[in-house]
Design a protein around this ligand. Structure first.
Ligand code: LLP
Length: 428
């Protein structure tokens, strides 16, 4: 019934008292929809910058933005400008970050199956860190033979975080990293660093340990368990760096509350202290979702409203699983509201669906909407800034939406809307 909770909206969101219309970055959302079309990702640039600054402040230098959450040249530049390193997990993300002008030394390369050419490209770009994930990758790095390349070893700490199975990564049964419990992490260190701490091996120079236990984690205690699991192994190695990965949870729906970033870092640092990790260790993290998610909302146009008497109402919009696959993949929940009446009560129950040819194409199951919702309305879903645009597809040959950044009354398109011809660009 209740209006959309304010804390799900971006930082500069403001509701016009007279009209009830929502502005972000000083711009009216209905005007943006009219100018740039829908579906449209609208990012509050001030929100992104504030979150980056907060990350930098609470974690210090070394913290990286996990670009898989949302990446385009403008975002890579923004994260770099705000003093963050950028975590890239494929040659593609590497290419975008480099094209944006992020210096190689500010990049961290991840991936459980990096090809030799991806490794080569990263080394040529002078990436700051490569996070080594498998014995086969060590073979490849040894063949490439750059002993000065700084490396982190990715360790699977054997911690099952409380989150969706698909985004859990720290448990022993994982495709990522080297297991601690199995002894493979220790074997990998033997190969990466045959000599003393700080001495280079054939694959590069090991400077630290990395772990990542999963994503959308609300329980800070999961990170304490991660540190607990890593402490003895890490301390014995006498290495200068420990990265605890990303994963801080974000509120998507009414009733959810995410822990502040400051609390996340304080909890991790206290756990490091309590478990004997030497003071002076560079303790870092790689937040993605917590930087980008709440910075954006998606605007859609309502095209069809179908009332099935005694069953439910389907509200169809002009996007769907191609711009937000998270409900289909993880059963993720979202809220919806009308930017023309952002404070309105939402008594009308409806399921918001996309325009794709399958029943699973749901954006919000059992949404609550204002009573006067009508065809032609601009409908918004908040908290779509992470893993929406970055996981978008062309399913059913639907062109991907545009992305605009708004700030201080100005909008700039940072990713243009795909055209129908873009859908043919690779066809021969
Ligand atoms: N570091 C590593 C090594 C990661 O694999 C990830 C996310 C992060 C950092 C950033 O995690 P975050 O702070 O964003 O939670 N598509 C899924 C999420 C997949 C996360 C993949 N790895 C979703 O939409 O929920």
């Amino acid at each position: 019934m209740t209006p959309l909770p304010r804390h799900l909206l971006p930082l500069t969101a403001a509701i016009d008292e007279q009209t009830g219309r929502l502005r972000i970055g000083g711009l009216d959302l209905l005007d943006l929809a009219a100018e740039y079309g829908t579906p449209l990702f609208v990012y509050d640039e001030e929100h992104l910058r504030q979150r980056c600054r907060e990350a930098r402040q609470v974690w210090g230098d070394g913290v990286a933005y996990a670009s898989k959450a949302f990446l385009c040249k403008a975002m890579a530049t923004l994260a770099y400008e705000e003093g963050l390193h950028v975590d890239v997990s494929t040659g593609g993300e590497l290419h975008v970050a480099l094209s944006a002008g992020v210096p190689g030394e500010r990049l961290v390369l991840h991936g459980n199956n990096k090809s030799e050419s991806e490794l080569q490209a990263a080394i040529e770009a002078g990436v700051g860190r490569i996070v080594v994930d498998s014995f086969d990758e060590i073979d490849r790095l040894e063949r490439l033979g750059h002993r000065d390349q700084k490396l982190l070893i990715r360790v699977t700490p054997g911690v099952a975080a409380h989150t969706h199975e698909y985004v859990m990564t720290g448990q022993d049964d994982s495709k990522f990293g080297f297991g601690l419990a199995s002894g493979q992490a220790a074997q990998a260190v033997e190969r990466l660093r045959p000599g003393k701490p700080g001495e280079a091996g054939k694959a590069g120079t090991l400077v630290g340990v990395h772990a990542h236990i999963g994503s959308q984690i609300f329980l800070l205690h999961s990170f304490v368990k991660e540190v607990e699991a890593l402490a003895e192994f890490f301390t014995a190695l006498e290495l200068p760096e420990l990265c605890v990965g990303g994963g801080l949870g974000v509120a998507y729906v009414e009733g959810e509350e995410s822990p502040p970033m400051e609390q996340w870092s304080a909890t991790v640092k206290r756990a490091c202290h309590d478990h004997g990790i030497p003071t002076g260790t560079r303790i870092t993290a790689e937040p993605g979702r917590t930087i980008a998610a709440a910075a954006a909302i998606t605007l859609y146009t309502v095209g069809t409203i179908k009332d099935l008497p005694g069953i439910r109402t389907y509200v169809s919009v002009d996007g769907g699983m191609s711009d937000n696959p998270r409900p289909v993949l993880y059963g993720s929940g979202y809220e919806a509201f009308l930017p023309r009446a952002a404070n309105a009560e939402r008594p009308r129950a409806a399921t918001i669906v996309g325009k794709h040819c399958e029943s699973g194409d749901v954006i919000v199951r059992d949404a609550r909407l204002p009573i006067d919702l009508a065809v032609g309305d601009i409908l918004a879903t908040p908290v779509t800034g992470a893993y929406g645009h970055s996981m978008a597809s062309n399913y059913n040959k639907v062109p991907r939406p545009a992305v605009v950044f708004v700030q201080d009354g100005e909008a700039r398109v940072v990713v243009r809307r795909e055209t129908l011809d873009d859908l043919l660009r690779n066809d021969l």
